[in-house]
Design a protein around this ligand. Structure first.
Ligand code: NDP
Length: 396
């Protein structure tokens, strides 16, 4: 039995709330966010009086600690924005609360993310006897757990890792992002980067691309971008010679993105407008469709997985492990599309792993540092079936 505090009432928070509420292992649940009415709407949609709500500004440690002292959770599931990771971790340390998130820390004034800021909390969490689980969404999250599973069961040495992320869904809008527009645009417009022979190789944004075939979907143009799990995976699997991340984008999406950048709307520095300071990308977020609203008309699948080449018993082998998620099914169950769903389901399951004592060790850890087996044993049942293919052409 456990008390859990979910922070963030967006698309991912909606799915986490539904999944946690459906699991009797969590006996008290609070959903807190900046705009309380959004948390109230989610609690009402879940029903059954399962979820209490609160208002909190997670940029402020003192508001977080006041809430934690009043509610006394065992675990915080942080599904607010990456900007809040450190304040929430600070509050957890102050109040003796365990921590889980789905995205690594990013400063607001710099489109740059890396684990160093959160890894720096390791000793403090360890000394306090608290667990922090980092990156428990889909990517990072399930992709990292897939890699851990491959390393545990099928490889003596993982040498080549390609994480492939395809959204073959159609939401019928000219341009929209599938998760928080500000975070999403910051992520996909930065230079590409991959790991090769012990060092990072930088590319121009979207410079490297090729068509890849996705199961039940077919070929989709896939672009090499930098993604945060590469950093922790090459650290934890030092046999990896090359690690890359590929994401599909449609031509229409890329054209809009180019225009947004060219006209300065992706800027993250404040400008003065009519005597008021605004940040262009934050203004853009306010006029773009809310990712939560896309679900209603979204059809098609996402397909995310790991394509791995390496050695087993001295012989080379390949392995492909993936999940396909149906936008319509995700919407029917939780009222959100598959991108929020594929993030929220693993976050709720990671929380369960913690509560059951299976993923509990003092310190700050990425998900691949825990046993992947009990997590993957339940992932299908919780809504994300996964599949394996052995010794196939990885196309990479
Ligand atoms: P949304 O923008 O839909 O939701 C974010 C929520 O956090 C909103 O309810 C927002 O409040 C709230 N929030 C923002 N700032 C604060 C604050 N200072 N205090 C309290 N609440 C705050 O984003 P998503 O649900 O799409 O994404 C949530 C997280 O999941 C992000 O960190 C994202 O990077 C991550 N993610 C991870 C993925 C993975 O696979 N690992 C994939 C997709 C997303 P308000 O409603 O007032 O704006």
């Amino acid at each position: 039995m456990s008390k859990v505090l979910i922070i963030g009432a967006g698309g991912v928070g909606t799915v986490v709330a539904h999944k946690v509420a459906a699991n009797p292992i969590f006996d008290e649940i609070m959903l807190a966010s900046r705009t309380k009415s959004k948390a109230d709407d989610i609690a009402a949609a879940v029903g059954g009086g399962r979820i209490k709500t609160a208002k909190v500004d997670a940029d402020k440690v003192e508001e977080l600690t006041a809430l934690m002292r009043a509610f006394r959770p065992d675990l915080v599931i942080n599904v607010a924005l990456p900007y809040q990771d450190l304040t929430i971790m600070d509050a957890c340390l102050e109040c003796g609360v365990n921590y889980l998130d789905t995205a690594n820390y990013e400063p607001k004034d710099e489109a740059h993310y890396e684990y160093s800021w959160q890894w720096a909390y390791h000793d403090r969490f360890r000394e306090a006897g608290l667990t922090a689980i980092l990156g428990c969404g889909f990517d990072p999250g399930v992709t990292s757990i897939f890699t851990a599973y491959a390393a545990k069961h099928y490889f003596d040495e993982i040498q080549y890792l390609d994480i492939v992320d395809c959204n073959a869904g159609n939401h019928g809008m000219a341009f929209a992002t599938n998760f928080n527009p500000e975070i999403n645009i910051r992520e996909v417009t930065q230079p590409g980067k991959y790991w090769e022979n012990g060092k990072w190789v930088e590319t121009a944004p979207h410079e490297i691309h090729k068509p890849l075939n996705y199961p039940e979907i077919g070929p989709r143009e896939s672009y090499l971008i930098y993604h945060e799990e590469l950093e922790s995976l090459v650290k934890h699997y030092p046999t990896i010679k090359r690690a890359r991340f590929w994401m599909t984008f449609g031509q229409e999406y890329l054209t809009h993105l180019r225009v947004i950048q060219n006209i300065g709307m992706a800027r993250i520095d404040p400008i003065m407008y009519n005597g008021v300071e605004i940040v262009p990308i934050q203004f853009l977020k306010a006029v773009l469709p809310d990712p939560k609203s896309l679900g209603e008309n979204y059809t098609g699948y996402t397909s995310i997985g790991c394509r791995i080449r390496g050695l087993k018993d001295g012989k080379e082998r390949t392995y492909y492990i993936y999940n396909n998620c149906d936008h319509e099914r995700a919407f029917k169950e939780t009222g959100t599309q598959a991108v929020s769903y594929t993030t929220g389901v693993p976050a709720a399951l990671g929380a369960e792993m913690f509560v059951r004592g299976l993923w509990k060790k003092p310190g700050v850890f990425n998900v691949e540092e825990f046993d992947p087996d009990p997590f993957l044993a339940l992932l299908g049942e919780r809504g994300l079936e996964w599949h394996e293919r052995f010794d196939v052409d990885l196309e990479l």
